[in-house]
Design a protein around this ligand. Structure first.
Ligand SMILES: Nc1ncnc2c1ncn2[C@@H]1O[C@H](COP(=O)(O)OP(=O)(O)OP(=O)(O)O)[C@@H](O)[C@H]1O
Ligand SMILES: [Mg+2]
Length: 456
C-alpha cells in the first residue's frame, strides 16, 4: 500500500496543493522528505495524510467505522471549507496479470469539511476507502493470518516518553491492535511495554527456562545431539514478534541489544548497552526516542503480519515529523538508509530541519515548502552539509558578523591595502580557532601579496 499523491484544498496555509509522493520514476526510493522554515506547513501536510488514512483504518476495523474529521482550525482562515484528496496504490487481492485493469490498484478518496454554518464546495467521497478496507476484511475473514498494511504517524510529541513504572492491567493483543493509537499518539510506550511483557511471558512459557538450560548444559556437554536438540527447541520457542523488534533495534543501534523485561525484584524494561545491562529509563533522550520509534514500527509490523517469515518486510505507510529530533549528526546522516534497510517495504513521509538527512541517501524525493508553495529540489545526494544549508535551507553557513569581517579582509587583500588587511587579520586570529579554513586561506593570500609588494 502506497500513497501516490495527495491534494490539499484550504488545509492550514495551503490553498491548493498537489503533492506526488515517492517512489516516482525520478525518485525510486520509498522516502519523501519535506524541508522548510518554522511554520512552512510541514506538520500540516503530515497531519492531513494521517487524517485521511484514519478513515481506512476505521473502515478496516468495522464496516461503517469513522476516522478523524478535519478539525475546524485546520481549515484555511480565509476559506469556508476544506478537503483532502488522497490517491493510494494497493495491489492487494489483485492477481499479477497483465490484463488487469490499472484502476483495480488505484483508490481515491476525498474527505471534506466546512466551517459551522457555511456551505462547502467540496463533498466527501469515501467509496474507494470503504472498498479497499472491504478487500482486507474479506481476506481476513477467509484467512485470519492475512497481512495488513501498517499505517502510523509519529508526531513531535512522541519524544515525551511515558515510561511506566508499574503495569497493572494485562491486555490480550490481537492482530488489529497493531493499529491502536497508531495515528494519534505516536509511540505509546506504556502499550509497548505491556505488549512486550505479554509476549515475553509466552516466550518464557514455551521455551526452556534459562536456569534449567544452564543446568542441563553440563549434562549435555558429553552428548552433542542432546545439546543441539535443546538449543533448537529453545530457538523455535523464541517469540517471532519479539525477535522482530529486537532485530530492528539492533540494525538501527548496533550497540544496543537484548531488550527484555526485568522482573525481580522490580519490574522494568532493560537492555544491554555495549554489553552492560541498563534500565531503559537510564538511556539518553536521543537513544530512547530512536529506540522506541524503531521498536514501535517493528512491533506494529510484527502484529499486522502474523504469517510473514520476516515481519520487517511488511508493507505500510509511516509518517514521521522532525525525524532528526535529538539525534547526533552521524545518526541523522545514516537515518534514511537505515530506514530503507530495516523496513524495505514501507513508504516513509518525513519532515526535517537537518541538511544531513537529505544529503546522504540516494533517490529520496525532497520538497521545500515556502509560503504555501511546494518546490521539488534537485537531488542533494553527496552534497556537503554547508551547501545544503545555503541552497536549500536559506541559512548562512557561518556567523554573519564573522562572515562580514572575512569578506572585508579578502577585499583589503585584493585591493592591496596591506596594513588594513594585517590589522583585520590580527583581529580575526584572536577570535577564531587557529585551523579556521577561511582564515588560513586569507593568511596565505596576504603573504603572497606581501611578497609581491616586497619584490616591486
Ligand atoms: N487555519 C489556518 N489558516 C491559515 N494558516 C494557518 C492555519 N493553520 C495553520 N496555519 C499556518 O500554518 C503554519 C503551521 O504550519 P506547520 O505547523 O505545519 O509548520 P511546520 O512547517 O511544521 O513548522 P515547524 O518546523 O516549526 O514545525 C502556522 O505558522 C500558521 O501560520
Ligand atoms: Mg512542525
Amino acid at each position: 500500500m502506497e500513497i501516490k499523491r495527495v491534494i490539499l484544498n484550504n488545509i492550514g496555509l495551503f490553498e491548493n496543493l498537489t503533492i506526488p509522493l515517492a517512489p516516482t520514476e525520478q525518485n525510486p526510493s520509498n522516502i519523501t522528505v519535506f524541508v522548510g522554515n518554522n511554520g512552512a506547513g510541514k506538520t500540516s501536510v503530515l497531519k492531513a495524510l494521517a487524517i485521511s488514512l484514519s478513515w481506512f483504518i476505521a473502515r478496516l476495523r468495522t464496516e461503517k467505522g469513522s476516522g478523524n474529521p478535519i478539525p475546524e482550525d485546520h481549515i484555511l482562515n480565509a476559506a469556508n471549507a476544506a478537503s483532502i484528496e488522497i490517491e493510494i496504490c494497493d495491489s492487494f487481492g489483485v492477481s499479477d496479470n497483465s490484463n488487469q485493469n490499472e484502476s483495480e490498484h488505484h483508490f481515491k478518496w476525498t474527505l471534506a469539511k466546512s466551517k459551522q454554518g457555511r456551505k462547502s464546495q467540496y463533498t466527501s467521497n469515501l467509496y474507494d476507502c470503504t472498498h479497499l478496507a472491504d478487500r482486507y476484511r474479506d481476506a481476513l475473514t477467509h484467512d485470519y493470518k492475512t497481512s495488513l498494511p501498517l499505517v502510523a504517524f509519529y508526531p513531535v510529541e512522541r519524544v515525551v516518553l511515558d515510561i511506566p513504572l508499574k503495569i497493572r492491567t494485562k491486555h490480550v493483543f490481537l492482530q488489529l491492535d497493531g493499529y491502536d493509537n497508531s495515528l494519534s499518539q505516536g509511540v505509546d510506550f506504556r502499550r509497548f511495554f505491556e505488549w512486550f511483557r505479554e509476549r515475553e511471558d509466552t516466550e518464557n512459557e514455551s521455551g526452556i527456562p534459562r536456569d534449567v538450560l544452564n543446568q542441563l548444559s553440563s549434562l549435555a556437554e558429553t552428548n552433542q545431539d542432546v545439546w543441539r536438540w535443546l538449543n533448537e527447541r529453545n530457538a523455535s520457542a523464541k517469540d517471532r514478534q519479539l525477535t522482530t523488534v529486537r532485530t530492528a533495534i539492533g540494525q538501527f543501534m548496533p550497540h544496543i541489544a537484548n531488550l527484555r523485561v526485568h522482573r525481580q525484584p522490580r519490574l522494568y524494561m532493560a537492555i544491554d548497552k555495549n554489553g552492560k545491562p541498563l534500565n531503559v529509563a537510564q538511556l539518553s533522550q536521543g537513544e530512547k526516542s530512536l529506540m522506541t520509534l524503531v521498536g514501535d514500527i517493528a512491533r506494529r509490523l510484527a502484529m499486522l503480519n502474523p504469517a510473514l517469515e520476516n515481519p520487517l518486510a511488511g508493507h505500510g505507510i509511516v509518517l514521521i515529523d522532525e525525524v532528526d529530533l535529538h539525534l547526533h549528526p552521524s545518526w541523522q546522516r545514516s537515518l534514511c538508509d537505515r530506514l530503507i534497510e530495516t523496513f524495505p517495504n514501507c513508504q516513509f513521509v518525513l519532515t526535517t530541519h537537518s541538511p544531513l538527512v537529505i544529503s546522504d541517501c540516494k533517490n529520496v524525493l525532497v520538497y521545500a515548502l515556502t509560503n504555501g508553495e511546494l518546490r521539488q529540489l534537485p537531488s542533494q545526494y553527496g552534497q556537503d552539509a554547508n551547501t545544503v544549508l545555503l541552497d536549500v535551507m536559506d541559512t548562512s553557513i557561518r556567523n554573519e558578523k564573522i562572515n562580514a569581517e572575512l569578506n572585508d579582509l579578502l577585499d583589503a587583500i585584493q585591493d592591496s591595502k596591506l596594513s588594513k588587511a594585517q590589522e583585520l587579520l590580527a583581529e580575526l586570529t584572536e577570535e577564531l580557532p587557529a585551523n579556521h579554513l577561511e582564515l588560513v586561506k586569507a593568511k596565505l593570500l596576504l603573504r603572497k601579496q606581501e611578497l609581491r609588494h616586497a619584490n616591486h
